[in-house]
Design a protein. Structure first.
Length: 179
């Protein structure tokens, strides 16, 4: 097997390193951090596919560059769900999820004031890659603690079986490498 996977997305091409998850599974590592050109292009392409929304909700950390850029381009607010309770949070709301790239359970936390901000708003849930859907499920659970309505779930890539889902918005599929 090759050491990289060639990805074509949003008019750009990137070579993604192939990384071992376990003895039976490898993934192509998609990292937007520090790739400004890729982040800007993917945000623009995703915004063209997304329904009208008022606020973006994403998970720390890999979804942050994309959510920020989508926010900047759309002029809409974005809110990050943090990986743990922070000292500045007055009334943290916590959910747990399981992610393919995180060993064990992952905690996502949002402050009550951010949930209050989402009340009555159209919420777009955003992540860099959707694979098992664990992070999306946790973000949805947080959003559902507000009176806002989730209008879409979007990602740059849908990995493995996620590419067959009809309830998500994504730019390109990303294969899993099973052996």
């Amino acid at each position: 097997m090759s050491d990289t996977y060639t990805l074509h997305v949003a008019g750009l091409t990137r070579e993604l390193p192939i990384c071992k998850v376990n003895d039976h599974l490898d993934i192509a590592a998609f990292i937007m951090f520090s790739d400004v050109e890729l982040t800007v292009a993917c945000a623009k392409a995703l915004l063209e596919k997304c329904p009208e929304f008022d606020v973006i909700l994403t998970a720390e950390a890999k979804g942050i560059p994309l959510a920020y850029e989508m926010s900047r381009q759309s002029g809409k607010q974005w809110i990050p769900a943090r990986k743990g309770v922070k000292a500045y949070m007055q009334d943290p709301v916590v959910v747990e999820d399981q992610s393919i790239t995180t060993a064990g359970k992952q905690t996502l936390v949002i402050d009550r004031k951010d949930l209050d901000y989402m009340n009555g708003k159209r919420i777009l849930v955003v992540d860099d890659v959707i694979s098992t859907g664990g992070s999306l499920h946790a973000l949805d659970a947080l959003a559902e603690r507000s009176s806002g309505i989730i209008v879409g779930q979007a990602a740059v890539l849908a990995e493995g079986d996620a590419a067959q889902r009809t309830d998500i918005i994504f730019l390109e599929p990303l294969p899993l490498f099973v052996h």
